[in-house]
Design a protein. Sequence first.
Length: 437
Amino acid sequence: MKRVSLAIALCAVVAVAAQQPPAAPPAPAPEAAAPSSTPGHYAGVASCANSGCHGSTQPLNATRVLQNEYYTWLNHDRHAGAYNVLFNQLSARIAKNMRLRKHAYEEALCLDCHTTNVPASLVEGRVDVEDGIQCEVCHGPASGWRAEHTEEGWTHAQSVARGMIDLRRISARAQVCTACHVGSARKEVDHELIASGHPQTPFELDNFTEVEPPHWTPGRETHGVPAWAVGQVVAFRESLDNLARHARGEKWPEFSDMSCYNCHHDLKDSQWRQERGWPDRAGLPAWSPQRWAVLRLLVGRVSPSSRDALDPLVAQLARNVSRMNDSAAVAATAENVRRVVEPLVGKVEAARWNEGDVRALMASITDDRGVLADVHSAQQAALALQSLASVLTRRDPRLLRGALVKSIDALFDDVQKRDEYEPARFAQKLAAVKAAL
Ligand code: HEC
Ligand code: HEC
Ligand code: HEC
Ligand code: HEC
């Protein structure tokens, strides 16, 4: 199935690739590190880029992997150019609004997400900021396994034991991506960054993986619906950590935890909100349920008792966030919710998905009122349906030209134009998906 959600983004990839000066040939790799090299140090992208390793210009059939990973990344992957964007006008504006002392391209705040920003004491080869988000940011520092992992008989498990991140395990993969795309202790795109001009960073593991130019062999069992499902749990867990941290720190209230359009809407046509009413005191901004609304339906299938435990806790969390005045209660509730969510990672990772499960879950998403709550929740619903539908279209490619795919594609028109989102219209479009199921 064609992933339409990020179609705009894909064009951007081409545009960015076209703007960039021709790729410089990779610097010569340093000598292979001695096998006794301490794990946990960064060797630099040049050390992966030999043509006999991952730097072939064409996929090769010689090994289990494609071997042109470096070229795919360098020429097509936005992560490779992530440092360069820190030189553009938008970055300068963000830095100015945030009153940063240095240029964006010198600020740790920006470098932490836009390149490989590691202390010099952890560098063993050569890491240049210009290299952007290179292999080791996602795959882990290579000093402990780089030389060894091509040896006869060396296993993936041995590499993992020596510092490679096990991206085959979905929860580990999700953790890597969410650290930047959802935010984590050291770095996040909060309301101050957004108000200063930084783009919003929506995320869903499966769709965001599938729109990347793949430098891995396609059709893996750990991609598709399992990735979507585990990604949902991990993203919610990480957002709870972020929320608890906001509430315990100086940054409270943190508006990026709330539904943006509760505050950012016009008063010209405000009547419908007054007709609808508010769950608590009238006129308070709501916690954004974007990471819970769809996950709630998934948890209902995988572990109904967890959902029964979570519903009242999450409702309490939403009330606390919305009232804004008791930050200790926000943090404590977020931590309570997290305790129930944590064991779900393993449960969802172990779950197996058949076509019946997928159809039932799709139907429950199209019926649900909770996913309409704000445009970011609606976006998660659209991404979920797209990911789930890929199971059906893979089995029956004729569906790709049918009403189901068309009706799901239509959802993205609504969530891409965030300012124009209307719950009633989105509900109608969900009904069309249901009818096509
Ligand atoms: C928590 C991680 C994170 C931090 C911190 C961060 N960014 Fe970003 N930035 C992203 C992500 C992710 C995107 C891509 C958003 C998307 O398209 O989904 C992005 C996109 C951008 C873009 C738009 C790029 C384009 O291709 O249009 C600019 C400009 C930018 N960031 C500048 C900055 C600056 C300046 C700072 C520091 C003040 C900063 N960023 C801090 C994660 C981060
Ligand atoms: C943004 C994160 C990211 C970056 C940067 C990145 N990769 Fe990957 N890589 C992945 C993901 C995700 C997979 C798929 C893992 C899976 O599903 O098992 C992958 C898979 C691979 C595989 C296949 C592994 C296997 O088990 O079959 C190789 C080889 C690889 N990457 C090499 C590289 C090299 C070399 C670079 C740098 C030139 C690089 N990657 C940069 C995320 C990344
Ligand atoms: C170190 C932080 C970091 C990590 C880790 C990371 N990303 Fe990113 N990602 C970024 C930034 C920054 C950008 C924006 C780059 C730009 O605009 O030039 C981005 C861009 C993207 C885009 C393009 C978005 C768009 O709107 O076109 C996709 C897709 C993406 N990342 C997926 C992933 C996935 C999947 C993973 C995990 C395997 C991952 N990223 C890991 C920081 C990160
Ligand atoms: C609790 C209310 C509240 C919430 C929720 C909120 N904001 Fe804001 N936002 C504000 C206020 C107040 C300002 C400052 C307005 C001004 O200076 O005109 C602001 C400023 C901004 C600005 C810069 C001003 C402009 O007009 O460009 C942007 C962009 C923005 N917010 C985006 C968001 C996004 C995206 C979200 C959701 C992730 C969000 N806001 C959530 C209250 C809120």
